[in-house]
Design a protein around this ligand. Structure first.
Ligand code: UDP
Ligand code: UDP
Length: 463
């Protein structure tokens, strides 16, 4: 039998693209041939990441002159702010004829894996008789609970304006939720019937009609929710992660052959025997100037060593912060290999927005988390990290609201607790155990390894 041929189409954002590039490598490793679709502006990042593989990359023309989107922007992390997110996602639908033309010219396709936000690819899949798998980039926990709560919408309406009030839902009685655990798009009546919420519900419908879902997680981590999803909701979810474990070893070196400056700095901290807190909020978060100020004060007062990857121009305010913290802190203003940093033995804690990739990468590197969720599935991820798998501590906003302000006093206290306190010790021990289980899941014979083999066999036998 010829090898299976898989078509992959990631969504145009770093958080949705990076794990799928790891998935492409994993499929090659399991004997598949892979064709990956993207857009011209996203191609360089992808071809650099996959330079040493046989993945063929096809870029489709991305619609230009879309109202509100600056010319040349083809990725949500390049948007001036997140309010244009759905505009960009909707524009992507215009790639459909080009996608279908390309599908028509490719050798026989066993199945396709396309992003949950590219629901229109389902119609193309159906047209060509190709099974479609959805890549969501969410945990089973977040998928299952988002679904369960969406079935109980009346609860939110009855609650009025109280975002902190705790409630339970009949299908998951042991978990207490508040409206703050969910992105506003999901629960706030103000967002209903907007372009954004309609786009999202269209995607969910397309998922429901697809063949299956590929989940970047492993069964042992959240078996209750994986089972719940597969039993009550569907389509079938296949846990094949953590996908970051399929990435090649970090490069460590810049193009000029030198060890990157931040790795040199971490090496220095190792020699001094000083643990370092890693601070990063992913590729998209918008953080206000005032909030950045509070982070700076909190870090400064905490006395801990820290490496902060700053994506926000406002952090460049010349307020003497870097001078004041001196060698105790390092601000990095470039794109980094986050995994390389997390895996450095000096890193002993991660102040994170709890993007699902960051959570997986932290688990794999055995680093406990100080959770500061900001949007989307991040509040649910934070809930899972802190309350379910107990690998992290939670930062509270000053007024208890979902995306409110975090004061420097609270930040200082929690940073110290994570890095030096008893609770920090406890979650550090736990994350090592879970990280060990993650490595087992992807190793030959492990649950994720088996799931991917089963999936390939199931589909390949049918084609
Ligand atoms: N890029 C992308 N999507 C876009 C625009 C650019 O993926 O919409 C890629 C681009 O091809 C390059 C990387 O992002 O690989 C950096 O692009 P750029 O220099 O524009 O951004 P910066 O590094 O200043 O954030
Ligand atoms: N990332 C990285 N370098 C950076 C910023 C981000 O490698 O400078 C990676 C990070 O390791 C993760 C992804 O980008 O794989 C971000 O995904 P996540 O789900 O954590 O957050 P999002 O950016 O989607 O909010």
């Amino acid at each position: 039998m010829a090898s299976p041929h898989v078509v992959i189409f990631p969504f145009m954002s770093k958080g949705h693209t990076i794990p799928v590039l790891h998935l492409a490598r994993l499929l090659l490793h399991h004997g598949a041939a892979v064709t990956l679709f993207t857009t011209p502006a996203n191609r360089p990042f992808i071809s650099t990441a996959l330079f040493d593989t046989t993945v063929s990359i096809i870029d489709l023309p991305f619609p230009q002159n879309i109202d509100g989107i600056p010319p040349g922007v083809e990725s949500t992390d390049k948007l001036p702010d997140m309010s244009q997110w759905s505009r960009l996602a909707i524009a992507a639908k215009l790639m459909k004829p080009y996608f279908e033309k390309a599908l028509n010219s490719l050798p026989r396709i066993s199945f396709m894996i396309t992003d949950g936000f590219l629901g229109w690819t389902l119609e193309s899949a159906q047209k060509f008789g190709i099974p479609r798998f959805v890549y969501y980039g969410m945990s089973n926990f977040s998928m299952a609970l988002s679904f369960a709560v969406s079935q109980s919408r009346q609860l939110f309406i009855d609650m009025g304006s109280d975002n902190k009030k705790l409630f339970t839902i009949p299908s998951v009685p042991r978990i207490k939720f508040s409206r703050n655990d969910f992105d506003a798009v999901f629960v706030d009546p103000e967002y209903q019937n907007t372009e954004h919420s309609e786009y999202v519900s269209e995607q969910i419908q397309a998922t429901g009609k697809s063949y299956g879902i590929i989940v970047n997680s492993f069964y042992e981590l959240e078996s209750v929710y994986a089972d719940y999803w597969n039993r009550e909701i569907g389509p079938k979810a296949w846990c094949v992660g953590p996908l970051c474990l399929s990435a090649p070893p970090p490069q460590n070196k810049a193009e000029n052959g030198q060890t990157r400056t931040w790795i040199q700095w971490l090496d220095g901290k190792k020699e001094e025997g000083k643990p370092v807190l890693y601070v990063a909020f992913g590729s998209q978060a918008d953080i206000s100037r005032e909030q950045i100020k509070q982070i700076k004060i909190g870090l400064e007062k905490s006395g801990v060593n820290f490496l902060w990857v700053v994506r926000n121009k406002q952090a460049e305010d010349d307020d003497g912060f870097e001078h004041r913290v001196g060698d105790r802190g390092l601000l990095v203003k470039e794109w980094v290999d986050q995994r390389e940093i997390l895996e450095h033995s000096s890193i002993q804690g991660f102040l994170s927005h709890c993007g699902w990739n960051s959570v997986m990468e932290s688990i794999c590197a055995h680093v406990p988390i100080l959770a500061w969720p900001m949007m989307a599935d991040q509040p649910l991820n934070a809930k899972m990290v802190v309350e379910e798998i107990e690998i992290g501590l939670r930062l509270e906003t000053f007024d208890g609201s979902g995306n409110g302000f975090v004061s420097w006093e609270h930040l200082e206290k929690m940073v110290k607790e994570l890095m030096e306190g008893e609770m920090g010790k406890k979650v550090r021990k736990k994350v090592k155990e879970i990280g060990g289980a993650a490595a087992k899941a992807v190793a030959e014979g492990g649950s994720s390894w088996k799931a991917l083999n089963e999936l390939i066999n199931e589909l390949h036998a049918e084609t």
